[in-house]
Design a protein around this ligand. Structure first.
Ligand SMILES: Nc1ncnc2c1ncn2[C@@H]1O[C@H](COP(=O)(O)OP(=O)(O)OP(=O)(O)O)[C@@H](O)[C@H]1O
Ligand SMILES: [Mg+2]
Length: 376
């Protein structure tokens, strides 16, 4: 879908920031670019929407050379989220989100409907927030608006340059989770820059490690942990991360036993307030005997709030799930099928005993992170 062929960038002073980088991202993939400061991550990303023109090589989107597009047209079709958010302070939230749809000539009614839909999608009530100004929102809320704005004109590709790094750890984790479930739903192709390895392992379908303008390895998180292709990659992932063998790791050792559950007959309002209080993104649904019946996501809940009476109506299948006799290897395989990045674990009587999340799985596979997991 998005293809780099021997792409290089030499800045005016002669400095080569990106050196013959090639990769191919399929539609809907979440690709994370990670590497030390100055390794060329942002430059690589900016070449996609031509904020930085590339010096040589070829970049194509759906087979079409990006150089053959009109530059502003290209940018309008690629969402872009940055760390400093970049909301216009004198525009209301509604106007901020509407910028690209307006440029694209949508009518007022279409724009209004889209703004409301997006605010709900990112978990903010349009009645309350549409007419506020950016400074009247918290950092996390502003970042949500940044995401809504990037999604506004329904682009196929979204570029995100350290979008969550300025947030406090709790808000960051919450937004990471929400964005992951949003991604599962919207299936956008995403290029996401970070320098936080934990974030990369959690978010990426695949991770590209850059150093000195070169792409050293591009693989799934599991493959990177198990088969680092380059000494630097191993070092970067963490010298002291002892890689465990997932086949020998019982799932009950890595699951979390404290699970927030709901009953199928709960009202959507009750479920939503429960979710909001606990800042979680999904609820595992069990019956009166604690037997697993399904999962409800916060996003579906917000979307369908007025259309349903009980949450069972929007509950998704309990599959895939794990038995308490499974191993971490089973969890790795199943995780690819898990719509919300969460796998319930049940015993042989079908009762819920815990959950495994993608993050907990990956951190269990590697031992304690060196010091902070942060490389700058
Ligand atoms: N306009 C420019 N002119 C010259 N050199 C530049 C320019 N922009 C970036 N560079 C250099 O290119 C290299 C790569 O920069 P880039 O911003 O892509 O790094 P990065 O990997 O995103 O780093 P960070 O993690 O600090 O954001 C750096 O050495 C930087 O100094
Ligand atoms: Mg950067």
């Amino acid at each position: 879908m998005l293809k780099f062929e021997n792409v290089s960038k030499v800045f005016d002073g002669g400095f080569q920031a990106v050196k013959s980088v090639s990769f191919d991202i399929p539609t809907g993939e979440f690709l994370v670019l990670i590497g030390p400061s100055g390794s060329g991550k942002s430059t690589t990303m900016k070449m996609i929407n031509r904020m930085e023109p590339h010096t040589s090589g070829k970049i194509t989107i759906n087979g079409k050379d990006t150089n053959s597009y009109n530059a502003s047209e290209l940018r309008r079709n690629i969402g872009y989220v940055i760390q400093q958010i970049g909301l216009f302070p004198h525009y209301t939230i509604e106007k901020n989100i509407a910028i690209v749809p307006q440029l694209k000539g949508w009518n007022d009614k279409e724009i209004k409907a889209r703004v409301n839909e997006l605010l709900e999608l990112v978990g903010l009530d349009p009645e309350i927030y549409a007419t506020r100004y950016p400074k009247e929102l918290s950092g996390g809320q502003q970042q949500r608006i940044g995401i809504a704005r990037a999604l506004a004109a329904d682009p196929d590709v979204i570029l995100m340059d350290e979008p969550f790094s300025a947030l406090d750890p709790l808000t960051r984790e919450q937004l990471q989770n929400e964005f992951l479930s949003l991604h599962k739903k919207l299936k956008k192709t995403i290029v996401f820059v970070t320098h936080d390895m934990d974030e990369a392992l959690k978010m990426g379908d695949r991770i590209a490690i850059m150093k000195d303008g070169k792409l050293l390895q591009l693989d799934t998180p599991e493959k990177l942990l198990h088969e680092p292709a380059h000494g630097f990659v191993e070092e970067f992932i963490g010298k002291h991360r002892i890689i465990q063998n997932p086949e020998l790791m019982p799932v009950i050792d890595i699951m979390s036993e404290s699970v927030y559950t709901a009953l199928p007959q709960w009202s959507p309002e009750k479920a939503l307030s429960f979710i909001r209080q606990r800042k979680i993104t999904n609820l595992i649904v069990v019956d009166d005997d604690n037997i697993l019946v399904g999962i409800v996501s916060a996003h579906d809940l917000i979307k369908k709030l007025d259309d349903i009476k009980i949450i069972e109506e929007i509950m998704v299948s309990r599959e895939p799930f794990l038995y308490d006799t499974s191993t971490a290897k089973d969890a790795i395989i199943m995780m690819n099928e898990a719509p919300y990045g969460i796998l319930p674990v049940i015993d042989k009587t079908q009762k819920l005993v815990g959950v495994v999340t993608r993050g907990s799985l990956l951190s269990a596979m590697s031992s304690q992170w060196t010091e902070t997991g942060d490389i700058q």
